[in-house]
Design a protein around this ligand. Structure first.
Ligand SMILES: O=C(O)CC1=CCC(=O)O1
Length: 250
């Protein structure tokens, strides 16, 4: 499936694909987009079930969303790309680097995990969203996405609209990806130079349990922990994330 996407930046620049997190769209990369499109052919896309992409019948696996990226690269005529993804986007990045290493140049994995259990959390969350919509979980989600100080000082209404605007069934089917996913054994096979970025106060993927495991298992990985930052570090620490991505990709 070719996901809905937006391409900006010079046609002859190196390609960088950005992959969104659960409950967001390609617009989550707005804080980075302008600066990165000065140096890269920037490809932002909506993971299936989100934004302008279709919500095909489920269940989905991490391989399904990974193969959507390969379809997109084929569609755009891109043989090899840099890839940065946050949370579910970073899971997609891990799958790609393990299963299609010839397509991935350098990797940036933000606030993500190779295995984000327990499975029951995802089963329960999908059920809640199917029955009551994303509106029912937006407050709890924002407590994981942003530190209390950041929430107190910033207007998050546009991000809230983005979250509640995501297709309920699309969100629920993507919870199913995380429920069954375990990429741990593949991490030592990732050959792409990898930057792992974490938020020190991220309650969804605490660095000690996730980012440190990823950075420890991927041979050419480096870890940066942003403090303060929670799960959506690309928003809370927008300029630092842009800078780190640019430095890593060269
Ligand atoms: O919303 C959360 O719980 C955090 C999260 C998990 C996967 C993802 O993309 O975001």
């Amino acid at each position: 499936m070719i996901p809905h996407h937006r391409v900006t930046g010079p046609a002859d620049a190196p390609v960088l694909v950005l992959s969104n997190s659960l409950g967001t769209t390609l617009d989550m990369w707005k804080p980075q987009a302008r600066a990165l499109a000065r140096r890269f052919r920037l490809v932002r896309y909506d993971t299936r079930g989100h934004g302008g992409s279709d919500t095909p019948p489920g269940p989905y696996t991490i391989g399904d969303v990974g193969r959507d990226v390969l379809d997109l690269l084929d569609h755009l005529g891109v043989e090899r790309t840099h890839f940065a993804g946050l949370s579910l986007g970073g899971m997609t990045g891990q799958w790609l680097a393990i299963n299609a290493p010839e397509r991935i140049e350098k990797l940036v994995l933000l606030c993500t995990s190779p295995k984000m259990g327990p499975a029951q959390v995802w089963i329960d969350r999908a059920k809640t969203v199917r029955e009551q919509g994303t509106e029912a979980i937006v407050d709890g989600t924002f407590e994981r996405w942003f530190t209390a100080d950041y929430r107190a000082e910033h207007d998050l209404s546009a991000l809230r609209d983005m979250f509640v605007g995501v297709d309920d069934e699309g969100y629920a089917r993507c919870c199913g990806i995380i429920e069954t996913m375990d990429l741990t054994d593949g991490l030592p096979n990732i050959s792409a130079p990898t930057l792992v970025i974490a938020g020190a106060q991220d309650p969804a993927t605490p660095p000690a349990e996730h980012a440190e495991v990823i950075a420890g298992a991927i041979p050419r990985a480096r870890l940066e922990v942003l403090d303060p930052a929670a799960h959506l570090a690309s928003v809370e620490r927008a300029d630092d994330v842009t800078r780190l991505i640019k430095e890593h990709l060269g």
